[in-house]
Design a protein around this ligand. Sequence first.
Ligand SMILES: [Zn+2]
Length: 170
Amino acid sequence: MPADRATSDAGPTEGADARRPGGGQGVTGSPAEWLEQAASAQPADFTTPGAPHACTQRTHSRLADGRLLCWRPSGSTGLHLAIDAEITGQPVPRALARRAATDDPLEFWPLWTRAEVRAKLHGIPIIHWLGLVDWSADGDLDAPLDIVTVVGASVVLSYGVREPRGAAIT
Ligand SMILES: [Zn+2]
């Protein structure tokens, strides 16, 4: 192999992801704006059923039927991310329906996934979170975080982003 370096090498950071909307190096605009873009342009993907999924870098959510969603948006360096997904229209467990004062799956699961994402972004177990805030009213602690919920035909998916403490996004 010749030692000369090819000057046309794009380098490892110029892959397809860097050209996607909302991608590229670093974050422009607010985390909320970035999240809106990332949730629509770079949605979470189902992993291959039955195949090992060894990715430890990104955020995941497992559905009740065992399928695993993986979210790997570009442009998220320095942001704390979380997702939570549930099957659209699946019955609401009775105990949870009582706590939420609704058993309508189309009302309940979006709220539930938002509560799960908030709990994950705060690092608080969901069982503690439910007693900490008015989660059925989308309650939260004071924190710089944003959530986008996408209700699809098969899956309800909430995406969340939290700025690290003291970090300035410019
Ligand atoms: Zn993954």
